[in-house]
Design a protein around this ligand. Structure first.
Ligand SMILES: [Zn+2]
Ligand SMILES: [Zn+2]
Length: 389
């Protein structure tokens, strides 16, 4: 390993206790999408303390930040942090580790800034991944316009270099009927809850005709006020996912048809509510992945094969459609632990998570160093990006 990479490794080891403390603090104070006030402040303060120039509230998003270390004219490489939690189950997606691995990678690069080739390292705080599309707003706000490549990691139950992501579109259905006493005058009512239930039944039938990788899943968000009132308003939200955007939109149309049919069958009126911006699939970049793999191996992480059936969605997909970007999976939980589970939430602050955090911080810092040291690599990543669909 090069001398600079040795120094990067030592810098992360030196900061490991601070990073673990910060990770636990974010974990124990879960904040939902666009409400990550504390996490954004703590991360920004930490990076400022390591010599970064920190801009808070970039692109008009209060809980976004951009921390920059500049060593002269050259390319810009970004390391992304996420720090939003989930409703009810807290940091069950381990974003506390994503955040601190990113901040740790930045800090290690700042520690060797005198030996860094000319260019810019940015640690970008991207809120609201679990819903809200923070990165989509940052893209629209121009945050990635001058960035040559971006990377982030995500916690998982094993190390996987590239895990495909599904495109996702979210849609809400609100049915309106007519209230009536459910025992005295039920025939006077128009039951909006029936329309919701019928939508779920029709979607369940549609599922048989879907391609294996597609996913449709929903929840009832409003189901009536009391059992003795025929529900006059009922609502549900569905997420529709597929590996290709065309297939996703086709499926989206069919899910809307399920709701329209349910409205017709029950005599309700339907309002279709378009929710936040769709998330796009992850565009693979083997140039960046190859560098990440070599560095990952040098810090002792062992790669597992990609998994064809365990796929989610993320707004890093949208970033990967505008610049070369990667999101390797890092082991922070024992094998077999599902993400978005209470077990994963508990795992995200264990010694295994600390180990994943530190190995990920080192790997991202070393990969960033490689890209700054040889801008030919960035050109290759860009050429690969341009050639891919
Ligand atoms: Zn998640
Ligand atoms: Zn996540």
């Amino acid at each position: 390993m090069s001398a600079v990479k040795d120094l990067i490794g030592h810098a992360v080891d030196r900061l490991a206790d601070d990073l673990e403390t910060l990770s636990r603090r974010i974990h124990d104070n879960p904040e939902l999408a666009y409400e990550e006030v504390k996490a954004a402040r703590w991360l920004g303060d930490f990076l400022a303390g390591q010599g970064f120039t920190v801009e808070r509230g970039v692109a008009g998003v209060d809980t976004a930040f951009r921390a920059t270390v500049e060593t002269g004219q050259g390319p810009t490489v970004a390391i992304l942090c996420e720090y939003d939690a989930l409703p009810a189950i807290g940091h069950a997606c381990g974003h506390n580790v994503i955040a601190t691995a990113g901040a740790g990678a930045g800090a290690a690069l700042a520690a060797v800034r005198d030996t860094l080739p000319p260019g810019r390292v940015q640690v970008i705080g991207t809120p609201a991944e679990e819903g809200g599309g923070g990165k989509v707003r940052l893209i629209q706000g121009g945050v990635f316009e001058r960035v040559d490549a971006a990377m982030m990691i995500h916690g998982f139950d094993r190390w996987v270099l590239h895990q495909d992501l599904l495109g996702i579109v979210r849609v809400g259905f609100e049915f309106s009927g007519k209230a009536a006493h459910a025992s005295v005058d039920p025939w006077e009512g128009v039951n909006a809850l029936d329309a919701v239930i019928q939508t779920f039944n029709s979607v369940s039938m549609l599922r048989q005709q879907m391609r294996p990788a597609a996913r449709i899943h929903g929840i009832v968000t409003q189901g009536g006020a009391a059992p003795n009132i025929i529900p006059e308003v009922a609502a549900c939200t569905f997420y529709v996912r597929a590996p290709k955007l065309d297939d996703m939109w086709e499926l989206h149309k069919r899910v809307i048809a399920c709701a329209e049919g349910a409205a017709k069958a029950t005599g309700c009126t339907l309002q279709v509510i378009g929710l936040e911006a769709p998330y796009e699939p992850l565009k693979r970049n083997d140039t960046l992945l190859g560098l990440f793999r070599a560095n990952m191996q040098s810090v002792g992480a062992v790669e597992s094969p990609a998994l064809a059936d365990r796929m989610g969605s993320s707004d890093i997909g949208n970033v990967s459609q505008v610049i070369p970007a990667i999101q390797p999976m890092v082991q922070i939980a024992p094998h077999g632990t599902p993400i978005h589970s209470r077990d994963f939430e508990a795992a995200a602050v264990t010694p295994l998570a600390r180990q994943g955090l530190c190995q990920a911080a080192k790997t991202m810092a070393m990969t960033t160093y490689d890209l700054l040291a040889d801008p030919g690599l960035l050109k290759r990543a860009r050429a690969e990006f341009d050639a891919a669909k």
